[in-house]
Design a protein around this ligand. Structure first.
Ligand SMILES: [Zn+2]
Ligand SMILES: [Zn+2]
Length: 184
């Protein structure tokens, strides 16, 4: 299980005494190796990710509580303008001692396990970042988006902007004679 020891999300907790109630604080930052986010909003590869957290020894393992900070860029889901969003999100995760996990292999499938002294925070941080992101990012709450006909921004179009378009659902009614009744 040492193959991923180079992951920048891994923290070595050997300074933390394995006695319930003991606590140590950690902080470090590194450039993202790959993008984190949703299709329209991402921390891009190379952007700085800063982690600051405390690790507390508890009976079954180590509880990690902290904050991830970074910067995401994306596209407004309505008008496609660029979006910049600061990421400042809390995360908390319990990492079980491997011995505690092996005593109960059936349960706690969803929980994280310490790898020796290492806790790999990648999934916890990634999940926290993605949860902090809107599903449909927009540049501002009152963004009016684009005219569906010409693709121009409503904000930049004159107020009376419109297109003479006949909805195809209505064009079939042009020759409809009420006396012949509805077609089936
Ligand atoms: Zn917008
Ligand atoms: Zn238009």
């Amino acid at each position: 299980m040492n193959s991923k020891s180079q992951s920048p999300f891994k923290v070595n907790l050997h300074e933390l005494p394995r006695r319930a109630g003991e606590m140590r604080e950690y902080a470090f930052s590194f450039p993202a190796a790959e993008p984190i986010g949703v299709p329209l909003l991402q921390i891009t590869a190379g952007s700085q990710i800063s982690l600051a957290f405390k690790a507390e020894s508890v009976d079954d393992g180590v509880l990690i509580t902290g904050q991830v900070k970074s910067h995401a860029v994306g596209e407004c889901g309505r008008c496609l303008d660029p979006i910049n969003q600061e990421i400042d999100q809390r995360f908390q995760e319990l990492f079980l001692y491997a011995s505690r996990k092996s005593e109960n292999p059936e349960e706690d499938d969803e929980l994280f396990v310490l790898d020796g002294d290492d806790a790999d925070l990648e999934i916890a941080v990634r999940d926290a970042v993605i949860l902090s992101m809107p599903v449909n990012p927009i540049c501002s709450q009152d963004c009016q988006g684009l005219c569906p006909q010409c693709g121009e921004k409503w904000a930049e179009l004159p107020e009376d902007h419109s297109h003479e378009v006949v909805d195809p659902r209505w064009s079939g009614l042009a020759g409809w004679n009420p006396s012949s009744g509805p077609e089936k």
